[in-house]
Write a new protein. Structure first.
Length: 210
């Protein structure tokens, strides 16, 4: 089986759309991301076990430098996150990529093709798998408590920022499990298609979104 189709086969039917540019979807994803960041940060604060005043001593010039470095890393991470999506798509399809950023989402997509389930899973999971161990290692290996806390914040940002990817991956893993499932990924919007003869099985709960 090919990794993708250049045109949607005639025997396929649209079954679900996730559009992060819709205000309701974007709001939910961003609220989930903020909740994840808050949970990780609070957990890290208690695990690190350093008093609040000592942990956030910004009069320490080294802490200010660490904070500035962390801000730069966060910006670089957002770029790298999308590049990893792109690298996975490029390796699997060799097709032209689309990158962009809106008020609610940064994105990478392959809007001109329809990728099969396996390709879609690899591409949407790639940044989560690549960066999770990086931030976890930083949380434990950085020398100062303040650095560890910043790494925990970035870990929370990473997990929270992947909530859209994990939503797509969850659908592909647990709901649309047939290898013939196709997905069109424009970046902010993912549209799923299944063979018409399997539509009844895939939409048993009636959840079809246009």
């Amino acid at each position: 089986m090919n990794n993708y189709e250049t045109e949607l086969p005639h025997n396929y039917k649209l079954i679900k759309t996730i559009d992060a540019q819709k205000s309701s979807v974007g709001l939910v994803l961003n609220l989930i991301a903020l909740a994840v960041i808050a949970a990780v940060v609070v957990g890290a604060y208690f695990i690190i076990g350093v008093p609040f005043k000592e942990l956030f001593n910004l009069s320490d010039k080294y802490n200010l430098i660490r904070l500035l470095v962390a801000l730069v890393i966060m910006v670089i991470y957002v770029i790298l996150h999308e590049l990893v999506h792109g690298a996975a798509y490029k390796a699997m399809t060799k097709q032209k990529l689309t990158f962009g950023i809106t008020l609610t989402v940064a994105f990478c997509g392959v809007p001109k093709i329809y990728v099969y389930r396996k390709t879609a899973l690899i591409a949407v999971f790639a940044p989560f798998v690549v960066f999770l161990p990086v931030f976890l290692v930083l949380c434990f290996l950085l020398p100062s408590a303040f650095s560890k806390f910043l790494a925990a914040f970035m870990l929370g940002m990473h997990i929270g920022g992947c909530c859209g990817d994990l939503w797509v991956a969850g659908l592909l893993l647990f709901k649309y499990r047939d290898k013939t499932v196709l997905m069109n990924d424009t970046g902010p919007k993912q549209t799923f298609y299944v063979l018409k003869e399997k539509t009844d099985e895939q939409t048993a709960d009636g959840s079809v979104s246009e």
